[in-house]
Design a protein around this ligand. Structure first.
Ligand code: IPD
Length: 303
């Protein structure tokens, strides 16, 4: 029986390499365009990094299959079969990546500072740092391992089914909190902004806030938010509208850290369903499931 550890080692190497490409590109000018909606952003770096990851892996594992965010956006069928399949998000948090501090503005700012008495307190660190590379791997539709590389600070999250979850080599453990009134909840907005969707989104958030919970946070990267559940920094996550490449790697990491990752209906996670509830404990996951009103985003594998 394969243990896929060789594949995991390669995934770690390529995630680090890809993350360095993203970190360099973050300091440069970007060409930004949109995909499914005006808020669903993509840059040339998303394409370049996905090509780097897939071509490297395909060369090494020619019989494997690939699902990638940008390939799917370009029309490649998003299909999970029994074959070994890599599920890739080259840049999760593209909107954060796009809003990084612009070098040209910095130069302009420095010049104006030379003639000003106000001290310069800005630096290249002005940015939304939540940007990650995510690589999941499934065989016979079962998730085997996940690797998430935080491009801004170099943190590496890894997990292999049955072998625990780690952050920079240190074991991860979810929060054991069962009382929702002591929970910090994370979510993401998703790409749809029509009034009906926003009403449901805000209604769901209102229910989370009025539980009452300690709070609700949106950080702009589904994968890194899910890593916060794995590390115990927050108790739960829910979202409608994310994709299989946002969930795949993180689901293994959370489960191996002792948490649960389920469908918003309370049933088993369906990787293609574009919806998820993840939590440190089943009690908090069940509470969230009962509160949520669904938002229909369709499926990743529909034509
Ligand atoms: C998106 C981000 C965003 C979330 C979306 C994701 P991308 O991924 O994680 O925060 O709301 O659902 O698809 O487009 O940055 O890779």
């Amino acid at each position: 029986m394969e243990d896929w550890s060789e594949c995991l080692d390669v995934a770690v190497q390529i995630a680090r390499r890809a993350g360095q490409v993203v970190a360099c590109a973050a300091q440069q000018e970007k060409r930004v365009s949109s995909k499914s909606t005006p808020t669903d952003l993509v840059t040339e770096t998303d394409h370049q990094v996905e090509e780097l990851i897939i071509s490297t892996l395909r060369h090494r594992f020619p019989s494997h299959r690939f699902i990638g965010e940008e390939s799917s956006a370009a029309g490649v069928k998003c299909e999970l079969t029994d074959s070994p399949t890599w599920i890739i998000d080259p840049i999760d948090g593209t909107c954060n990546f796009v809003h990084r501090y612009d070098l040209r503005l910095h130069v302009l700012f420095m010049v104006t500072q030379m003639y000003s008495s106000v001290p310069n307190t800005r630096s290249f660190s002005h940015s939304f740092p939540m940007v990650a590379v995510s690589i999941g791997f499934a065989v016979r539709k079962e998730l085997e391992f996940g690797v998430i590389y935080h491009c801004s600070d170099g943190t590496l999250y890894t997990a292999r089914r049955g072998h625990g979850a780690f952050c920079n080599g240190a074991r991860l453990q979810v929060s054991r909190e069962r009382d929702v009134s002591k929970a910090l909840i994370l979510t993401e907005i998703g790409a749809k902004r029509d009034p009906a969707t926003l009403d449901i989104f805000l209604g769901n958030m209102r229910k989370m806030l009025s539980a009452p919970t300690h709070g609700v946070r949106i950080i702009g990267s589904s994968t890194l938010a899910l890593c916060h559940i794995a590390s115990g920094a927050a108790e739960a996550y829910y979202q409608y509208g994310l994709h299989c490449w946002d969930i795949a790697a993180a689901a293994v990491i959370i489960r191996e850290a002792g948490g649960c990752v389920i469908d918003t209906s309370g049933g088993a996670l369906d990787l293609m369903s574009r919806r998820v509830v993840a939590a440190g404990t089943r009690e908090i996951a069940d509470y969230i499931v009962k509160q949520l009103q669904p938002i229909n985003y369709g499926r990743d594998d529909s034509d």
